[in-house]
Design a protein around this ligand. Structure first.
Ligand code: SF4
Length: 385
């Protein structure tokens, strides 16, 4: 990731540059050789480096509401101030997003497009209130095909179906390997924690469709399999296995990781890390546009709560989970809505004890340490650790 951000500084002029939302079908851009950056990944980086509030304030001073997602405020704050822990980010030629994760991202990218007078391309994904409809797939696949002339014009490169298919194949294999990486946590003791996975997630989000991504997860998988065969535990005396719901609290990853490990608790699964293994491995290069449409429409945040409940039940069973920690993220309304219902339903169906941490993904002003620790103490008591 360091190399990726470093090279990004020198991309303008050598390659067309695009800023992309995490749920957008980046495979299509790779077919035109765009150098891609992910503002959400940059937001997480700023959050982990505890620069979130400083950049959020730079946006709030321009009138953006503190109730907006902190990734959006960080990114707008960076656009206004130029400040970033990554040194320098290249100005994009294109903004590319999908509203399959939220509507915020569309209005946020519209602001950037207006500010820099650059094109914005959107994949509009109807929300799946029930199962995915054929007419919705046709609508989305049609949009993808219609983007091609615009992408050719912006990138100055011609479209090649064979290139798109090759990229999709790489993406699918990377997501499958990421899924295998996560599956190693089914072992007792688990060879890594979900806090590790939060960090290892960066390539599947940001470098999907590039050979380096597949290479990275192949190496990680081999290392984890070796740890499993040697019985090497990520958490000594793993007593309780937990599930995490929602995006990480980036500025608290280390502290929370140490706190839970000190109680013999290991997070072995998360809806968040699972998201890039759940649907992307369904990419099928033989029917590229329809398969891209299906894959990106079915992501967790574009799906109904019944789907989320079923997913969480399955993860809890497969990974033999003893408890659930729910991050209610002030930034991410689509991820946080319905969490109290999910908590109740999972308790009723599986007897799963749980706790809610009210926090934010990257803006630590919305986090109260005392309140979080008090809730966690009760949770630890319930678990008997
Ligand atoms: S609102 Fe949620 S899904 Fe949308 S950009 Fe923010 S964190 Fe991501």
């Amino acid at each position: 990731m360091f190399r990726h951000y470093f090279l990004a500084r020198y991309a303008p002029g050598a390659k067309p540059v695009a800023w992309v939302s995490s749920g957008a079908p980046v495979e299509l851009l790779r077919a035109f050789d765009f150098y891609t950056l992910y503002p959400e990944n940059h937001g997480a980086l700023c959050g982990a480096q505890r620069m979130g509030p400083e950049l959020c304030v730079a946006a709030e001073e321009r009138g953006y509401s503190p109730d907006l997602c902190s990734y959006a405020r960080i990114d707008l704050g960076h656009a206004f101030s130029g400040r970033t822990p990554a040194g320098r980010l290249p100005r994009p030629d294109l903004l590319f997003c999908s509203n399959n994760i939220c509507q915020t991202v569309l209005y946020w990218y519209k602001e950037l497009a207006h500010l820099w007078k650059i094109p914005l391309v959107l994949l509009d994904t109807p929300f799946n209130f029930g199962s995915l409809k054929d007419e919705d797939v046709r609508y989305m696949a049609g949009q993808l095909e219609e983007m091609i002339p615009d992408l050719e014009r912006i990138s100055g490169r011609s479209f090649s179906l064979a290139r798109l298919q090759a990229v999709m194949d790489l993406s699918r294999r990377s997501a499958q390997t990421w899924g295998q990486v996560l599956a190693t946590l089914k072992n007792r003791p688990a060879p890594m924690t979900i806090f590790d996975a939060f960090v290892h997630l960066a390539p599947i989000v940001s470098l999907r469709g590039l050979p380096v991504c597949l290479d990275y997860y192949g190496r990680l998988l081999r290392e984890l399999e070796e740890r499993v065969s040697q019985g090497t535990a990520a958490v000594l005396n793993e007593r309780k296995r937990l599930m995490w719901d929602n995006i990480a609290i980036w500025y608290k990853v280390r502290e929370l990781s140490e706190l839970f490990a000190s109680r013999g608790c290991n997070f072995v699964t998360a809806t968040y890390t699972n998201a890039w293994a759940e649907t992307i491995d369904q990419l099928d290069p033989r029917g590229p546009f329809q398969s891209l449409a299906r894959t990106y429409s079915l992501v967790i945040l574009n799906n109904n709560l019944a789907h989320r409940l079923e997913l969480m039940e399955n993860l809890a069973r497969e990974f033999e989970v003893d408890g659930l920690v729910i991050h209610s993220a002030r930034s991410c309304k689509p991820y946080s809505v319905g969490q109290y219902d999910l908590k109740r339903l999972l308790r009723d169906r599986l007897g799963l004890p749980s706790v809610v941490i009210e926090a934010d993904i990257a803006d630590y002003r919305a986090y109260s340490e005392e309140q979080a620790l008090a809730g966690l103490e009760v949770f630890f008591e319930t678990l008997g650790v």
